[in-house]
Design a protein around this ligand. Structure first.
Ligand SMILES: [Zn+2]
Length: 110
């Protein structure tokens, strides 16, 4: 690849949000059991947590699904597309001109 890349991520912010994503995923793991209790408070809370999780998953890059390496959002210099690349094994996401689409697609490949 001969493109020159620009690093776009705030690494500290990413670290904090990755921890929050892990926390939300743990909390939502038992949601079927919680909903089985037919408690409206749980349903409301689960809904809230799921919205928060969806929001983060469209803005925060999870680590590489292949090697757990740090992933970085890149932008083509000679084009409008963004993509995600693993800094360790060079795995790449799809290319797209919508940042959140690229991030969500990368985060789904686990
Ligand atoms: Zn990797």
């Amino acid at each position: 690849m001969s493109n020159v890349f620009e690093k776009l991520q705030d690494e500290m912010g990413t670290y904090r949000l990755q921890n929050r994503i892990a926390e939300l995923e743990r909390a939502l793991k038992d949601k079927d059991e919680l909903l089985g209790n037919a408690n409206r408070t749980y349903a409301f809370e689960i809904n809230r947590l799921e919205s928060e999780l969806a929001k983060y998953k469209s803005t925060v890059l999870l680590n590489c699904p292949f090697c757990d390496g740090d992933a970085v959002l890149m932008q083509e210099v000679c084009g409008d597309d963004y993509y995600v690349q693993c800094m360790i094994c060079d795995a790449q996401s799809v290319y797209d001109n919508v940042k959140s689409e690229v991030i969500m697609s990368w985060n789904k490949r686990v």
